[in-house]
Design a protein around this ligand. Structure first.
Ligand SMILES: Cc1cc2nc3c(=O)[nH]c(=O)nc-3n(C[C@H](O)[C@H](O)[C@H](O)COP(=O)(O)OP(=O)(O)OC[C@H]3O[C@@H](n4cnc5c(N)ncnc54)[C@H](O)[C@@H]3O)c2cc1C
Length: 456
């Protein structure tokens, strides 16, 4: 238990009379803290306090416990046991976005997607702290959270994405908030997924519009999977719904022929695919969208604003400023070693990672890649702690998409990477467009193996 907790516990005991004999008169009712007029209850955290005092061990602080962060914690604990590993995450439970489309239509249950962070961390031997991260102070090597501040030797940022509502609404917070609340994208681990599930299960018929963000985006094939699975549910339940996909791109990618065949052969009367539908205006109050491909009204919508690196990447100062000449919106990292270009002690992993190659620009923003990045960065830190210069390691990616629920059928895509003679990362992509039942157990096997990798 930490000094802070001991101090808080002593105050609690004092307040409850346990060590009242040691306390000055009046202290038992309220404990004023330095710098505050009004007393705070003893366990209300303050961001200026030390969250975790320093022990002897060097410390890695991991910000964000999604697919990247939770894998990093597990591998660091295993590969560099002398380091103190601390995982900071706002949610109490891990929630997997991969496989969540299947949960939306009841192919898997909630248990399949969630894990208790505290339980996993206790089993694997790293420290998990559930708290909101507020600031990242690079000059003092401190992370400021709602529960106190914590310093680090190495920092790993795995913040995922944010929705760039500013691109649609400027500084109109009312429109952004209405969109988030009423027509959530459900692309970030949060209660949005429950809202969306409720909305599609309550849907009685009419037009359900999905806007797809421009690339780079989180898991590019997953909106098409979501459309297919919702269409499959409408078909089974005989709901007279139409799903209109407004795609920023000029065609379906990746696994384009596989998805197009599903749209045309399975959901001809349900799915309407509209390419080049770049957004001009979204009105969540009137339920109207203007695009370069025409105007649309909707009964319900899944409104996906453009994606960017999660807020924490901006707070950590790893996203280049506009006009800097570097690609904006995402973390500017060394493409091979994944650390901030000017700070080798700050790594970025997962979806927040920015431009890595002139050949394909960004790694696919996939949980599989986040898992691989985490393992790679853990290895780099292990090498550095052993006094060696790490050699680069590249990720791979594998993604299964279910397109039909009766019978269950899927398609998939695989990516591999290598460095060419000029030192540039190259990508090879293989699409498996044929819709097969055999893909489905492969998908579940992939999930089982990668969950085991993160949680055991
Ligand atoms: C519908 C859907 C289907 C998908 N399907 C697949 C698939 O089949 N295969 C695949 O490989 N990928 C898939 N993905 C993509 C996958 O979810 C992401 O690529 C992956 O989650 C990225 O991991 P990450 O660690 O970068 O971000 P995340 O997993 O989003 O983790 C970020 C974490 O940081 C936490 N956080 C952020 N800010 C703060 C803060 N201020 N304080 C505290 N905590 C904070 C968040 O709560 C979150 O837990 C899918 C995504 C979606 C939405």
């Amino acid at each position: 238990m930490t000094d802070r907790h001991n101090a808080s516990r002593r105050r609690f005991l004092a307040a409850s009379g346990g060590i009242a004999a040691l306390a000055a008169p009046g202290l038992a009712q309220a404990v004023p803290r330095a710098g505050t007029e009004r007393p705070l209850p003893p366990l209300v955290g303050r961001s200026s306090e030390t969250l975790l005092p320093r022990g002897k061990a060097r410390r890695v602080v991991i910000c964000g416990g999604g697919w990247g962060g939770i894998t990093a914690a597990r591998y660091l604990r295993q590969q560099v046991p002398h380091l103190e590993v601390v995982l900071l995450e706002r949610n109490q439970n891990f929630f997997s976005c991969p496989m969540s489309n299947k949960w939306l239509v009841d192919v898997v249950d909630m248990q399949f997607l969630t894990k208790d962070y505290l339980k996993v961390s206790e089993e694997l031997g790293y420290r998990f702290i559930q708290t909101e991260i507020l600031e990242i102070e690079r000059d003092t090597k401190r992370v400021v959270t709602a529960a106190g501040a914590i310093d680090y030797d190495y920092l790993i940022l795995s913040p995922g994405i944010r929705y760039n509502y500013e691109a649609w609404f400027g500084n109109d917070l009312r429109a952004a908030e209405a969109t988030r609340a009423r027509f959530p994208a459900a692309y970030i681990p949060s209660a949005e997924h429950f809202r969306l599930k409720q909305a599609i299960h309550d849907f009685k018929g009419g037009d359900l519009v999905m806007t797809l963000p421009p690339p780079p985006q989180r898991c590019p094939p997953s909106p098409y999977e979501r459309a297919c699975l919702i269409a499959s549910m409408f078909k089974q339940k005989k709901i007279p719904g139409r799903i209109i996909i407004l795609d920023h791109k000029d065609g379906v990618r990746p696994i384009g022929p596989g998805f197009r065949a599903a749209f045309e052969e399975l959901y001809k009367d349900i799915i309407t695919y509209v390419p080049n539908a770049r957004i001009e205006e979204v009105d969540p109050f009137r339920k109207e969208i203007r695009t370069e491909a025409g105007d649309f009204r909707f009964d319900h919508a899944i409104l996906m604003a453009p994606h960017q690196a999660g807020d924490l990447a901006w707070k950590a100062g790893v996203v280049p400023a506009p006009g800097s000449g570097r690609p904006g919106g995402w973390a500017d990292v060394d493409p091979l070693f994944l650390h901030d270009r000017n700070d080798k002690d700050v790594y970025v992993i997962g979806d927040a990672v920015g431009f890595v190659s002139p050949h394909f620009a960004f790694y696919p923003k996939a949980g599989h890649v986040a898992n691989r990045h985490a393992r790679i960065v853990a290895r780099y830190i292990a090498e550095r702690e052993a006094g060696r210069d790490p050699s680069y390691i590249l990720p791979d990616n594998l993604c299964y998409m279910m397109v039909n629920t009766a019978p269950q059928e899927g398609i998939s895509v695989q990516f591999d990477y290598k460095v060419n003679a000029e030192g540039i990362i190259e990508q090879s992509q293989m699409d498996f467009n044929e819709r097969t039942a055999a893909t489905v157990p492969e998908d579940f096997n992939w999930a089982r193996l990668i969950y085991e990798d993160m949680f055991t």
